[in-house]
Ligand binder design. Sequence first.
Ligand SMILES: *[C@@H]1O[C@H](CO)[C@@H](O)[C@H](O)[C@H]1NC(C)=O
Ligand SMILES: [Ca+2]
Ligand SMILES: [Ca+2]
Length: 299
Amino acid sequence: MRIFILSLLLQFRCGAELLSEMYGSLQSPNFPEPYPRDTELNWNIGVPDGFRISLFFSHFDLEPSYLCEYDFVKVKADGEVLAVFCGKEETDTEEVPTQQVITSPRNSLSIQFVSDFSNEERFSGFMAHYSAVDVDECSQRSDEDQLCDHFCHNFIGGYYCSCRYGYQLHTDNHTCRVECSGAVFKERSGILSSINFPSPYPKSSDCSYRIEVEEGFRLRLQFDPRFDVEDHPDITCPYDHVKVGSSHSCPITHTLRCLLIGSVSDPSRKQRVWTVLWRSVSRVHPDRQQRRLHPFPQR
Ligand SMILES: *[C@@H]1O[C@H](CO)[C@@H](O)[C@H](O)[C@H]1NC(C)=O
Ligand SMILES: [Ca+2]
Ligand SMILES: [Ca+2]
């Protein structure tokens, strides 16, 4: 008998049982017969990423003790104790699982069963069931902390993001980007605004537009005074900016009649708007034409 108990003891003290199915059950040794004394059993439940584990005790009857110091079941996840149970009925100092469902914060959960050196009576132990439940990644998030730029779609075991019409999903699978480069404007005059104007321009965009007017003219740009692009009190344009200049895409001989407008926004959500008007101005009478150039309402 002694040897039997010793071997039982060794067996029970040795490591933890791994449970990696999507559902399963665990029980105290000899269940539904009384569990042996001096026993420790451990189970580690692991399910795939994108799932949590929900655990339910369908039967629970352990030796009661103050603060569960004799026999107990301890439920842990990520190194934190989620619950300690003992006895058969709830008291001021001891908990029993009764009808509550324990849900793991992530995709693993460990359960420890310990019985001490004696059992005052016969206690039938416990029976527990677990199942993997999907994490709804799309809910439970504030607007500031969105997982997906535009739309989030939950599915069992994961989620994916998609974008509004006209946008493409970035290779990071979460950000939505607009295709906004390569446009060339050759009209004598026109208005160019930030994307989505008058709504704020999208984050993480990098646009470039080329404006080129006829020979004998030069380009004149005028930004709407309501120009509003994320700035910084000390540093010049560290985040978003609009840049005007000539570039290699403008032929070198066209410096005055070809300009490149680049607009860059960073990944933060502080987008605003800008608008620019361009005119082709005769090189012969530039001043006369400039006086007519008051297209925007003054502040
Ligand atoms: C984006 O999703 C594709 C297909 O769903 C996947 O192959 C790729 O690894 C993902 N990229 C990132 C950065 O997660
Ligand atoms: Ca005991
Ligand atoms: Ca999911």
